[in-house]
Write a protein that binds this ligand. Structure first.
Ligand SMILES: NC(=O)c1ccc[n+]([C@@H]2O[C@H](COP(=O)([O-])OP(=O)(O)OC[C@H]3O[C@@H](n4cnc5c(N)ncnc54)[C@H](O)[C@@H]3O)[C@@H](O)[C@H]2O)c1
Length: 444
C-alpha cells in the first residue's frame, strides 16, 4: 500500500496491519535485524548480492551470530511467510512500497566508496512506481542521498511522484535489535512534507523512542556523520592526554574519572586505537568533501588514533625491558582480534595492526579471541593459542567480557615472563601484586 498522503497514525496502523510491502537492500549486520523487525508487522523482502546469505535467510537462518535474538526473529518471520530474501533487486523493488538501502558505505584518506549504494539505487529505479518511498539508512556523506535522484528518475518518474528520505542507523552491531526498537530516537529528513510524515509513521511503528524530524535530507546525513566524528575526535583527545600522562608519570584514568565529575567534561577512554567501519570511516566523508574549509582537527584526530597500535608495541618493548627481555624474538599473545568487544568484526581492527607491527619486529605472535577461530588468527599472521604457556607478554587488544576476568594465577604460572600490556584498560594496576609488569594506555 502506498504511504505518501497518509498521516503518521494511518501509516503506523496500515504497517502494523501488514498492508505495506518493504524491501531492505543489504542483509548485513544492520539490514537483517531491521528486515526482521519490520517483518514482525508486515511483508518484507531482503535483497543481498551474497547468495549464501540469501539461501540462509530463506531457510530461516540468521548469519549474524553476534545478534543472538535474531535467530528466533528470522526463523519465525520466514516460517510465517512475512520475510524472504532474494538477489533480484529489481523484482524486489517492483513488489515493494518502501525500499530501504543498508549496504556498505566506506571511505579512506583518498576516496569515498559508495558503489553498492549506486548499484542498488539503479536496481530500485528499474522497479520504482508512483507513490513509492526510497529511504537511505546506510551512513551517507552529506549530499549523497540527493545525488541518487537522477538515478531514481531514470524510472521515468520525477521526485515528488516518489518520495526520498534519509533515516540513519544510529545503532551498534551486537545490540542492533534493542538499539533499533528502543534505544535511540530515529532521525529523519525527507524530500517533502508528505514523505516526511509517512516516514515518521514507518519508524514510529517500530521504534519506542520515536522520531526526530530534521529540516532536510542532507541535515539528517550530517547528524549521523557528526556523531561518529565526535567520538573519533574525543577518543583522540583522550589518547593524546593519556600519552602526555605517561610522559609525566600520571595516571590518566584517575584524572579523567575525577575530571568527568564536572558536567561539561566528557573525557573518553584512551586505548589501542579505533576500528570498525563507522568511527574511523566517517571523518573521511567530511575531510574528502571539504573544499574551502580545512578540517585540521578531524584529520589530526585520525592520525592520533591510527598511531595507537604502534604505541601499544612501544609499551610492549618497555614492559619487556623491565624484565630484561628484548622484543625481537619474544613470544607475544594478542588477546582479541575484533575491533570491539562482543563482536566478530575485523575491519580496521587495531589488533591486526598490532600483529603486523609485532611481526615486522620479528616477534613470534600468537592470538586468541573468544568469538574467532584458529583460521581467523592464521589469516592475520598469528598462531592460535588458548593458554599462556611460554608467553613473554600478553597484549589485550579488544575489550571482550572474557578478558575482564582473566585467570591471573594461571597466567602467572604459565607465562615465561609476566608482562601485560592492557590496550583497553580492562584490568587494573592491582595485577602487579601478582608479580606482573602491567602497562596500560595512560596508565604506566
Ligand atoms: N555495523 C554497525 O554497527 C553500523 C552501525 C550504524 C550504521 N552502520 C551503517 O550501515 C550500513 C551497513 O552496514 P552493515 O554493518 O550492516 O554492513 P555489512 O557489511 O554487515 O552488510 C552489508 C550487506 O550488504 C550486502 N551488499 C553489498 N553490496 C550489495 C549490493 N550491491 N546489493 C545488495 N546487497 C549488497 C553485503 O553482502 C552485506 O550482506 C553502512 O553504511 C554502515 O556504515 C553500520
Amino acid at each position: 500500500m502506498k504511504l505518501i498522503g497518509l498521516n503518521r497514525e494511518e501509516v503506523k496502523r496500515v504497517l502494523k496491519e501488514g498492508k505495506v510491502s518493504i524491501a531492505v537492500y543489504g542483509l548485513g549486520r544492520i539490514g537483517l535485524p531491521l528486515a526482521a523487525i519490520f517483518a514482525e508487522h508486515t511483508k518484507v523482502v531482503g535483497v543481498d548480492v551474497n547468495e549464501k546469505i540469501v539461501k540462509m535467510v530463506n531457510k530461516g537462518e540468521n548469519h549474524i551470530k553476534e545478534e543472538p535474538e535474531l535467530d528466533e526473529l528470522v526463523r519465525r518471520n520466514v516460517e510465517e511467510g512475512r520475510l524472504e530474501a532474494t538477489n533480484d533487486g529489481v523484482e524486489a523493488a517492483k513488489k515493494a512500497d518502501v525500499m530501504v538501502i543498508l549496504v556498505p558505505t566506506l571511505a579512506n584518506d583518498r576516496e569515498i566508496k559508495l558503489e553498492p549504494v549506486y548499484d542498488v539505487t539503479y536496481k530500485i529505479s528499474q522497479g520504482l512506481k508512483k507513490g513509492d518511498i526510497v529511504i537511505t539508512e546506510a551512513t551517507m556523506p552529506p549530499g549523497t542521498t540527493e545525488s541518487l535522484i537522477p538515478i531514481l528518475e531514470k524510472s521515468g518518474l520525477k521526485l515528488g511522484e516518489f518520495g526520498l528520505a534519509h533515516a540513519p542507523e544510529r545503532v551498534m552491531s551486537g545490540t542492533a535489535i534493542r538499539d533499533i526498537t528502543e534505544k535511540y530516537p530515529k532521525i529523519v529528513g525527507a524530500s517533502d512534507k508528505e514523505t516526511l510524515e509517512a516516514v515518521i509513521g514507518i519508524y514510529e511503528a517500530i521504534n519506542k523512542k520515536g522520531v526526530i524530524p530534521v529540516s532536510s535530507i542532507k541535515t539528517a546525513e550530517a547528524v549521523k556523520v557528526f556523531e561518529g566524528i565526535y567520538r573519533d575526535v574525543n577518543i583522540a583527545l583522550a589518547n593524546e592526554l593519556a600519552l602526555w600522562c605517561e610522559e609525566h608519570g600520571l595516571n590518566a584514568l584517575e584524572i579523567f574519572k575525577a575530571a568527568n565529575t564536572q558536567p561539561y567534561c566528557h573525557l573518553h577512554m584512551p586505548g589501542a586505537g579505533v576500528g570498525g567501519h563507522c568511527i574511523p570511516v566517517y571523518p573521511w566523508f567530511v575531510i574528502n568533501l571539504a573544499k574551502k574549509t580545512n578540517p585540521r582537527l578531524i584529520r589530526t584526530a585520525r592520525e592520533i588514533n591510527d598511531a595507537m597500535p604502534k604505541h601499544i608495541v612501544e609499551l610492549a618493548i618497555k614492559g619487556l625491558n623491565e624484565v630484561e627481555k628484548l622484543l625481537n624474538g619474544s613470544r607475544i599473545l594478542v588477546l582479541g582480534l575484533s575491533f570491539r568487544g562482543g563482536v566478530k568484526e575485523f575491519i580496521n581492527s587495531p589488533a591486526l595492526e598490532i600483529i603486523r607491527e609485532l611481526k615486522k619486529r620479528n616477534v613470534e605472535v600468537y592470538a586468541y579471541d573468544p568469538l574467532c577461530s584458529r583460521g581467523d588468527a592464521e589469516k592475520f599472521g598469528a598462531k592460535w593459542k588458548e593458554d599462556f604457556k611460554g608467553i613473554d607478554a600478553v597484549i589485550i587488544a579488544t575489550d571482550h567480557e572474557e578478558f575482564k576476568s582473566l585467570n591471573l594465577e594461571k597466567m602467572a604460572r604459565e607465562m615465561r615472563c609476566r608482562v601485560i600490556i592492557d590496550g583497553r584498560n580492562v584490568l587494573s594496576k592491582e595485577v602487579s601484586k601478582l608479580g606482573f609488569v602491567y602497562l596500560g594506555v595512560g596508565n604506566i
